[in-house]
Write a protein that binds this ligand. Structure first.
Ligand code: GDP
Length: 284
């Protein structure tokens, strides 16, 4: 019976793109924890096994600590990083909107001079949500834009300044150099790495590459609506150490906290990450 239930769970995990090594380790843990001989008769064994598996998975993504949150009345500068198309610009506005509704004085700075139309996209999103923004059609230096935008909003007393940066199609030196320069001038309170939840096993390498360049404190996984189940992201966490901490997780070795998941293209489609509901969704 244990083998049967474990097979079902393994199937669900593979479908969610959790990597094979991690599934194997998880299975071993479950076999160790779940001692069927010692269960009194009358207890529903299948339910118990499922609960053990669920708890094991939660342990992998629950850091037991809260992800980073901005503090009202202080200047909180948040820098967003991630590859092009990961959902950075969309998520910046979602996060701005989320905290604006909680009473923060929020604004957005666009430093993406790489992708054509990036500033227009941020401008449109921000205007729709009535969030003050800064950007330029003529300035081509992202570092200068970051300095100007952050200085302006700091002097105007904003308490949450969200800086969107440009991405590239892949992890490349130029992108990382730019990210580092912006981070050096902006001195962010927190840097959030935005990861596309549909990339599966590539999550590991991507998380590592970004984390080694900038001091990332949180991850937001996007596109968790549709088919993406985020198993790749969990694997990325697990591959880095023995326990995972949070999606908006916490990857222990990286000390990364998953804070939110993106669940659609609209401004409301952002949910705080909670291990239980995430694992519940992942397991279907
Ligand atoms: P950027 O290049 O990283 O700034 O990415 P964008 O913010 O432009 O997003 C790329 C595409 O992904 C856009 O079409 C967004 O509407 C879409 N997108 C972003 N977040 C989500 C999400 O959580 N779910 C879905 N379905 N689409 C998303």
């Amino acid at each position: 019976m244990l083998d049967e239930v474990i097979k079902d769970i393994q199937r669900a995990l593979f479908e969610s793109d959790v990597n094979a090594r991690l599934v194997k380790k998880l299975t071993e843990n479950i076999k160790k924890t779940c001692k069927l001989d010692e269960i009194p008769s009358g207890v529903n064994k299948k339910k118990l096994i499922q609960k053990t598996i669920f708890d094991e998975l939660i342990k992998m993504v629950d850091p037991g600590t809260e992800p980073w949150k901005p503090i009202k009345g202080k200047v909180n500068i948040v820098m967003f990083v991630g590859l092009q198309g990961s959902g950075k610009t969309t998520t910046c506005t979602k996060l701005a909107f989320y905290y604006q509704r909680k009473g923060f004085k929020v604004c957005l700075v666009c430093t993406d001079t790489f992708r054509a139309g990036a500033f227009d996209q941020l401008k449109q999103n921000a205007t729709r949500a009535k969030i003050p923004f800064y950007g330029s059609y003529s300035e081509t230096d992202p570092v200068q834009l970051a300095i100007d935008g952050v200085d302006k909003f700091k002097s105007e007393g904003f308490d949450l300044i969200i800086v969107d940066t440009s991405g590239r199609h892949k992890q490349e030196a130029e992108l990382f150099a730019e990210m580092k320069q912006i981070s050096d001038v902006v001195q962010p309170t927190n840097s959030i790495f935005v990861m596309d939840g549909t990339i599966g096993q590539a999550a590991d390498g991507q998380a590592k590459a970004f984390k080694s360049t900038v001091d990332i404190g949180s991850i937001i996984i996007t596109k968790m609506d549709g088919h993406a189940k985020g198993g790749g992201a969990i694997s990325a966490v697990a591959a880095t150490g023995s326990n995972i901490m949070y999606i908006t997780f916490y990857l222990p070795k990286f000390n990364l906290l998953f804070s939110f998941i993106g669940t659609g293209e609209h401004i409301h489609d952002l949910e705080p990450f909670t291990p239980k509901s995430f694992i519940g969704k992942m397991m279907g």
